[in-house]
Design a protein around this ligand. Sequence first.
Ligand code: ANZ
Ligand code: ZN
Length: 828
Amino acid sequence: MNDDYNFNDIEKKWQRKWEEQGIFLSKVKIERKKYYCLEMYPYPSGRIHMGHVRNYSIGDVVARFKVMKGFNVIHPIGWDALGMPAENAAIQKGIHPQEWTLDNITHMKLQLKRMGFNYDWSREVNTCLPEYYKWNQWIFLKMLEKGLAFRKKSWVNYCPKCETVLANEQVIGEQCWRCDSVVEQKEMEQWFLKITEYADELLSGHEQLEKWPEHVIAMQKNWIGRSIGAFINFPVYGTDEHIEVFTTRIDTIYGATFLVLSPEHPLSRILISDAPDRKEKEDWLKKTIQDQHQRRGFDETEKKGIYTGKEAVNPFNHEKIPIWISDYVLMDYGTGAVMAVPAHDQRDFEFAKKYSLLIREVIVPERESPQGELKQAYEDYGVVVNSGPFSKRNSFEAEDAMTAYAEEQGFGGKSVLFRLRDWGISRQRYWGTPIPIIYCEKCGIQPVPYEDLPVRLPYDVEFKGQEGSPLEKCDSFIQVSCPQCKGPARRETDTMDTFFDSSWYYFRYCSPREDSLPFDPESAKYWLPVDLYVGGVEHAILHLIYARFFCKVLRDLGLTTLDEPFPHLLAQGMVLKDGAAMSKSKGNVVDPDEIITEYGADTLRLFILFASPPEKEFIWDEKGIEGSFRFLNRIWTFFRSNRDLLNRKNSKENDITELKSEKALQLRRKMHQTIKKVTGDIERRYHLNTAISSIMEYFNQIKKESSQLLNSGSERLFLRETFKNLILLLSPFAPHICEEMWEGIGEQTMVSLSSWPDFDPELAKEDTVTIVVQVNGKLRDRFDAERDLPEEEAKKRAQELPRIQEFIGGKKVKKVIYIKNKLVNIVI
Ligand code: ANZ
Ligand code: ZN
């Protein structure tokens, strides 16, 4: 037999065996503790990339580890298969989106299998199949019943090239996230989901998410954006109209020297309607709404505005102040109107400077008086001045008193505002879930009856890339009879945002073929929550907020009792090469298939996990992959040359008598230490990189001591034990080669199903030494520490000892001398 490490044959062999024996299929076993390991499912773009390889290798190690630890593991995978690229491919290449998607899935599935991931393929979910999207429609109808899905006319971002409405988050800067075209504004009737109803709970729920990275929580908090402030009504002078503003700084209200409306504010048009230069103003308004929308809200841009010619009355001091319209006020935040306080808000300050409006200081830092002329807004809190009866209090007292006064007088009150917007889910696209709605001239908006679900996407449509969705031109789809009056009616042609699909797919995995509900509540109750969710940090906001929202909605529908679906999130870092993320446009893509062909999947897995901890960036480097390959080769060679000696047949199991040699004893200590370290690294910190490096060290020691151990009987048996443990520890990372060696040393059950090794806590203890501490050469104290403590650490610990501190007694330390593993001398 050829002694080379023939990874290709080995990997194929074990992938076949795993599949034939169905060892990764998962079943509910009430009596056993479950573990749900989930990685964000891929979009079937055509090929697996290194980001996938990294994401799925991390999950796979954890899933395999948990199997060996005796958990009943569910590790599913599926396809986020709807969305724009498929349709763009149809337009560009003339392939039907369904063909394109299914072909891609077939190919990527083979690629994933080539990596040796232990997925339960029987649970595969594919969102472009009616058996999946039927339940999107079902959930939508339930939300409609609950008032959580509704229709609203709204300004939407529209990409002229993709011919579709984009969510705010799909607009980067001013451009379409996919094609970089400049985004336009369009007013349309859209379907929305009322995520704002859950804004408070989405925020308070963060408290349960202790095992989420802090920066992800911070991004979500910021996205939800809770502001405490007040609403105040300003009457428009000489009319019955009022302008309501939202402010977080009511303490500055005596400094409000003008009001500003957003161009889209309903009063903006009305207030300029009798202006002498009405035509000009209306043109300005139209133009601003059209092309300024995207730039709005960014502080850098110059603020432009017009004066309406009207005035409002400040209800606190009855002062008349001008009403302006400007693009720096956003319609979709608060009331779309602000009281401008130029002395204390920088945006208002710049606006006032530009148009020579009054600036009045009403807040000063403690023990200071107004400055006269400000160079910029003073935005901090401080002492209130120039504010009638509220003067001389600090900002916070003034806020309370002023809010109470506004409430008393009935022109305002305290309020909490969220930045989070309702989620617009309508897309004017073909390749998405049809929204199950029928429009009837007589009966109005009608939900498709549940028994008529799914509303299937028609197959025969044309993809020309012209205005609108192909569904709009598909008569067989559009023409339908009204569920109410049976008269002729028209189907909704918008499809759903694909974030809808990914908001609940992790429930579907629990019972993927369930056909009476989106998922079987009993199975979900057993498997959920997801114990570890691994994915890219680019999903920190949208996907992870939407999925949390859906979980709460499904809970309120009585399908689950879960509040939070993902108590533990591992946000993996990006894969870089030559200083940039791997991407086609940068031309720095390394194709996983080529690496597998050249080095094997085990080497690729090992390398991608070894080079950095999961949450850090990973830098691709060719030398690194060779290093991992060499390591596996060295283990392989060791195994091949000692195969017979290591074999079960040649040893009486568990018959290790006393170890005699110091080397053997040391190796045994190393073995227990390594088991402890690797277990802890995987289980507690997910530091797979340090786990791998301790396995490498451990192997080096085995190799070094092996020739001596092989000479004596009981120690040879010990060598077998220690090598067995090496295989077990390495197996989640490099499962194929480990199965092969495991079989090669005569083991009967597969290593993938074997138990994770235990360690003896006594033997796993790190070596410790006692270090004596002297002050000016006199012995004063001692402490125990790990052997080979770094010098700085030893010096620090010595000086921190309470007794030593007493001796130092605040005197200046001149010098600290360290003799490794023995002594610290502090000279004062
Ligand atoms: C007066 C004021 C004085 C303000 C001051 C701030 C400082 P956050 O914290 O983000 O909620 N604002 C309210 N609605 C707005 C809109 N639609 N477009 C633009 N700006 C708007 O911000 C709340 C503050 O942002 C509000 O408080 C308001 O300006 C402004 F010294 O009112 B403030
Ligand atoms: Zn009807």
